[in-house]
Design a protein around this ligand. Structure first.
Ligand SMILES: [Zn+2]
Length: 205
């Protein structure tokens, strides 16, 4: 049975969400269509509002409606520590676990030469500039324990080599092949507390 074109189009769009297959997309769309019209109108309005108001923080890459974001502007946060994460999702996970009080830097992707995935040179330049110019003492690499995470860790460690900062990484408490975003608070806390030092900074101790 051919579905109405508009219905088909909407299902295709929902299928693009991570972890959503055709069946789930269809269920979501049918649910949406069974709701009062006001529901889909609010949804469309919210999406449009997010599109126009939200943007990446120019300092850390967090999604924000002000610049710099509330984390970067918070006077009570430890400005000497920067936690480098793959995505905003990972940032939010660490933030919601309430285990860290420093600042962040979002890379946006991991280095994965096999998939032709590079980290944009301007992102790396921004990171080096920030670490050089601000009073950063420690950089914590908080990537998911998978091959791409390891490669990215090596890359960032090399880039940080000439800078007078300590470089550490989350310990192996996280399941190998797992993800920062799916780790529970206790595991994340343990991984952060038991972080391994890759390099000790000189001069900024
Ligand atoms: Zn920020």
């Amino acid at each position: 049975m051919a579905l109405a074109k508009a219905l088909e189009d909407l299902i295709r769009l929902f299928e693009r969400f991570p972890g959503i297959g055709e069946k789930s997309a269809r269920r979501m769309v049918l649910f949406l269509l069974q709701q009062p019209k006001s529901f889909s109108e609010s949804l469309a309005e919210c999406i449009a509002k997010c599109n126009s108001l939200l943007h990446p923080c120019s300092r850390c890459g967090n999604i924000t409606d002000e610049d710099p974001c509330s984390i970067c502007c918070d006077p009570f946060r430890d400005k000497s520590t920067i936690c480098i994460v793959e995505s905003v999702e990972d940032l939010i996970t660490i933030e919601q676990a309430g285990i860290y009080n420093g600042l962040y830097f979002v890379l946006g992707s991991l280095y994965s030469p096999l998939d032709d995935e590079e980290i944009a040179p301007q992102v790396l330049e921004r990171l080096v500039k920030r670490v050089s110019e601000e009073e950063v003492k420690e950089v914590i690499l908080a990537f998911s324990p998978k091959v791409e995470g390891e490669l990215t860790m090596n890359l960032i460690s090399k880039i940080m080599e000439p800078l007078p900062v300590t470089v550490s990484r989350l310990s192996y408490g996280l399941p190998v092949g797992g993800s920062v975003s799916f780790a529970d608070r206790t595991t994340l806390h343990a991984a952060l507390e038991a972080r391994t030092y890759i390099k000790r900074g000189e001069g900024r101790q």
